[in-house]
Design a protein around this ligand. Sequence first.
Ligand SMILES: [Zn+2]
Length: 122
Amino acid sequence: MEFFNDTRHVARKPHKCEACGRTIEAGELYRRQSGKWEGDFFTRAWCCDCEAIMEYYFEHIAVESEFDYWEVQDEIADRFCHACPHGGNGDDDCEEKAVWHCQRVLNAIREVGGGGAGNTAV
Ligand SMILES: [Zn+2]
């Protein structure tokens, strides 16, 4: 990584969360990362929920800094969606694979100490 910026901002205009695809509204706290990786400039925004999941992923699962969101989703579902009523009987797949905003997943992640500071803007 040639350079890397990792900050938390209050959105001044709407942004799209790169992980879940939802719109981060103006005034919402979000995570912004930008940098240069193998010659390519990138910038990305995550909403609060996805930030918690991505931090958990990098802390506990990721083996390298490259990732794709499907893989993150799969790994998280593998770890947290067992016995989740959304997935039916012991099926570890969320119907919609909606792990990004699943409160059970987020609670589990916050319990193990991953994730950011949540929604509290200072
Ligand atoms: Zn999101």
